[in-house]
Design a protein around this ligand. Sequence first.
Ligand SMILES: C[S@@+](CC[C@H](N)C(=O)[O-])C[C@H]1O[C@@H](n2cnc3c(N)ncnc32)[C@H](O)[C@@H]1O
Length: 269
Amino acid sequence: MIKDSAVSSHCVQLSAAHPVLLWADAGAPCLQAETLAERLQLPLIRGKPAHQTLVLFLDADGLALGLSDMPCRHMLRADFSRILPRIQPQRLKSELLVRAAKIRKRRSTTLLAVDATAGLGEDAFLLAAAGFEVLLFEYNPFIAVLLEDALRKAQMLPELATICARMQLQCGDSIQLLQGLHSPPDLVYLDPMFPARHKSAKVKKKLQLLQMVEQPCTDEIALLQAALAAQPQKLVIKRPLKGAPFAGLKPSYSITGKAIRFDCLQVRS
Ligand SMILES: C[S@@+](CC[C@H](N)C(=O)[O-])C[C@H]1O[C@@H](n2cnc3c(N)ncnc32)[C@H](O)[C@@H]1O
């Protein structure tokens, strides 16, 4: 569940810079549209908004973020079914993130990961598929509701539902939420927004939309300090392949791919 207070305060800040409308299509459930508009403090409209308006679009398939003139298939939705091919056992084992997240000394049968920059939850889904219980922290209310929508839809597909049952979303700032953990997690994972790195037009479009509601991370040091203070066994940070280490942190080792790398720090043995 998303906490209303956290959603509203961040929303007011964001909507000043990027006005967003909630556009409910004819097929959208009325009650869901009204509840969402109230929770996010967004104007709710039913007809097509003016040219190039940034919208949260609600239809019978759920929620999407886009511009009013875009075909809705080009809008940004969180959808775990797209990742299903990547969780086939052989492929999952070779996922860079899953390799980076490997925990050498298990303290119990359950492994707990905190994804402190959850975004649309794709990386968290990979971690959950690899067996972690995952707490997902996301402070951007627009991104959080897209993620919440994906988790809701996943309950209807058995192959996703068992994995998503291990994922729990909390909307709020990780710098505070990490302080409220009951016990040290096995893993803290950070994937703070960094400037566009992909060349494909499709990915660029997705990033551009995300960047209209979320800016690159500016509080690197505070986020890193909060992650370390949570005393995970391991900290993993996604970076662009040639990017500087996050907040100047020297990793114990890195796992590198073609465009990205995962910096890994063994925080405690
Ligand atoms: C690059 S995206 C993460 C993408 C994600 N790994 C995925 O697989 O979809 C970064 C996300 O972290 C969120 N974020 C950044 N700083 C945060 C913080 N201090 N607390 C909570 N969320 C944060 C941003 O709002 C953004 O949605």
